[in-house]
Design a binder for this molecule. Structure first.
Ligand SMILES: NC(=O)c1ccc[n+]([C@@H]2O[C@H](COP(=O)([O-])OP(=O)(O)OC[C@H]3O[C@@H](n4cnc5c(N)ncnc54)[C@H](O)[C@@H]3O)[C@@H](O)[C@H]2O)c1
Length: 384
């Protein structure tokens, strides 16, 4: 593989991925069709690298910056061995850019997309050589988050997966392989962390502060679901949920909520707009949680059972291996434990009982247990 890495899109993800590649020793070419975005990326990277030099993490910011070329024409990519696309999340636009870039690069240049939610197979289908296309899904911020989901499209040449996996390891990342299915691993398995928490709130079982307290203090998660979605931004988090829901042919497990949709409609996008589930304006008081441990356990059991069920079902459907599912959820979203290990700790029978009790009350398909979880409980087996 030629050593030069191309990055298409100089936004949050593109700039972060470019930094990772440069720090791993590659010459990097970043292209964006928006000149001011490209300038912003250059400025931000210079500042970041300067800070890394001051902290002693890199020898010279100037030397590292010299590895970058900021390009306003796609033709700059002619010598790249790998190009990673991180532009706007629109399938038709991505397809157009892939078709254009293919006219410029050599036939052995690998083309990757950092898409969070689109099918890699459909992007590959826009290419003359679809076998060179794969997904490389980094997490935000790319320089700090270790996880990278490596996603073969159905057309991807088999040798590219170990090649990309090894490359990501050289870049200091923890690669996992995920089947080309909606949300890949993390954005699929994590859905109930948000969706079930919002459902508990909508049903009036507990308020947002209490649910957040339960999930952090009793569940051991770093952030509660309402604090976290306010942090991610409801524009991003709601859209991922809606896309996953539609992509799964409207499976009720992934159904979005009206509470979050209304926040989006109101422009209450979270921290960045000063209001989301919580009010961040100056002088606003934070709601106090009801520190009821019994209630907290009910909340945590319900959300964690739903999360475990997602992980087990992803395993059942061959989305990823046990080891990769565990790495993805502990390194991509920093869960306190892998969900399959969590299932073993609880026992599959306990997890199944929580889900079956919910199903008995609601009679909603949302609460159906994975066939593999049921089998695991019957056979009294462990995953890890
Ligand atoms: N932000 C995240 O948390 C996150 C995490 C993982 C993956 N992703 C994915 O990464 C991609 C980029 O996300 P982002 O958050 O960096 O977006 P962003 O809006 O910060 O950056 C996108 C950049 O792409 C540029 N762009 C748009 N259309 C272009 C085109 N046709 N040609 C060249 N440049 C173009 C824009 O000018 C912009 O600078 C998306 O596919 C997104 O789903 C995002």
């Amino acid at each position: 593989m030629n050593n030069t890495i191309g990055v298409i899109g100089s936004g949050a993800m593109g700039s972060g991925i470019a930094q990772v590649a440069a720090m791993a020793g590659h010459p990097v070419i970043i292209y964006d069709n928006n000149a001011s975005a490209l300038e912003r990326s250059r400025g931000n990277l210079a500042t970041t690298l300067q800070k890394l030099e001051e902290k002693g993490k890199i020898a010279s910011a100037d030397a590292l910056l010299a590895q970058f070329t900021f390009a306003s024409e796609l033709s700059a990519f002619a010598t790249c061995g790998l190009i990673i696309e991180a532009i706007v999340e629109k399938l038709e636009i991505k397809k157009g850019v892939f078709a254009e870039v293919e006219k410029i690069v050599s036939d052995n240049c690998i083309l990757a997309s950092n898409t969070s939610s689109l099918s890699i197979t459909s992007i590959a289908a826009a290419c003359r050589l679809p076998s060179r296309v794969l997904g490389l899904h980094f997490f935000n911020p790319a320089p700090l988050m270790a996880l990278v989901e490596v996603i073969p499209a159905i057309q991807t040449a088999a040798h590219l997966i170990p090649l990309a996996t090894e490359l990501m390891k050289k870049w200091g990342k923890m690669p996992v392989t995920a089947k080309d299915t909606p949300g890949f691993i993390v954005n699929r398995v994590a859905r109930p962390f948000y969706g079930e928490a919002i459902r508990i709130y909508e049903e009036g079982i507990a308020d947002i502060a209490t649910i957040d307290w339960a999930m952090t203090e009793v569940g051991g998660f770093r952030m509660g679901p309402f604090t976290l979605t306010d942090y991610i931004g409801h524009d991003v988090n709601y859209v991922v949920t809606e896309t996953v829901f539609q992509s799964f042919f409207f499976d009720p497990r992934y159904k979005p909520s009206f509470s979050q949709k209304r926040l989006l409609e109101a422009g209450w996008l979270g921290r960045k707009t000063g209001r989301g589930f919580y009010d961040y304006s100056a002088g606003a008081s934070s709601p106090e949680p009801v520190k009821d441990v019994e209630l907290a356990h009910k909340i945590v059991d319900r959300v964690v059972a739903m999360l475990i069920n997602e992980a087990v079902d992803a395993l059942h459907l061959g989305v990823a291996s046990v080891a990769d599912l565990e790495t993805a959820m502990t390194r991509g979203v920093n869960y306190p434990k892998g969900l399959l290990a969590w299932c073993d700790e609880w026992t599959a029978a306990k997890c199944l009982a929580v889900l079956d009790d919910l199903y008995a009350v609601y009679h909603e398909d949302r609460y159906r247990a994975s066939a593999l979880l049921r089998k695991q409980a019957m056979e009294n087996k462990n995953f890890v």
